[in-house]
Design a protein around this ligand. Sequence first.
Ligand code: PGA
Length: 260
Amino acid sequence: MEVVIKSDYEEMCRAAAHVVADILNTKPDAVLGLATGSTPLGVYKELVRLHQEEGIDFSQVTTFNLDEYVGLSINDSQSYHHFMHENFFKHVNIPVQNIYIPSGTTRNYQAFCQWYEHRIEECGGIDVQILGIGTDGHIAFNEPTSSLSSRTRLKTLEKQTINDNARFFENRDDVPIYAITMGVGTILEAKQIVLLASGKSKATVVAASVEGPVTSMITASALQMHPSTLFFVDEEAGSELKMREYYDWVQEKKPDSPQA
Ligand code: PGA
């Protein structure tokens, strides 16, 4: 795991977007794993800028989103389908048939989840997976005590997650209590992982994920088992990391940096 501390949110998002752009430069038909939530918004903004101003091409890209609320139609303004369309897809040139987001309205969740897993495999697996992290340590909607080898499935949201996400809804009672989500095991199969965390409210869980034990109580801690995870944080989210000095030292002494 490589911890990269950036001075602020914008700088962190630009750096994460450039990891994705570099992958697209060497593999134009890359498979991207995408996330929703407020944190990745800056990454999408920068990728859109790179597309519009610097000609980054998404025409051969395939995308798989992590999760979707159960019960919300694709046109619901709170659905992750809507979020992705508004914040990313309508601004870039990904062919619509290459976009996969879990269905929140399927009649057979079990069959859908199996199909979703199968499609990821058929497309060659995820080259780079973008992740946020919940205040309870979740990645995607893998709430505490989720199996660390779990696959795409229906999950009941924790009260803390419902409270955190209530800010996007008119009433707390409108927040769905179920979601369909990729599992921790699904996520761990991505070739590269780029996690982003911003703000003071994430500081404790960031430190626990990176420096604490691997535990299903904080599913992000499973990333310690992943061979290529970039853990981007801003100053506030990184403020409780004990090994902070070391992480900065690693970045400063990177073999390909001019100081090496
Ligand atoms: P946030 O959500 O980016 O809105 O804080 C993160 C998450 O729950 O994964």
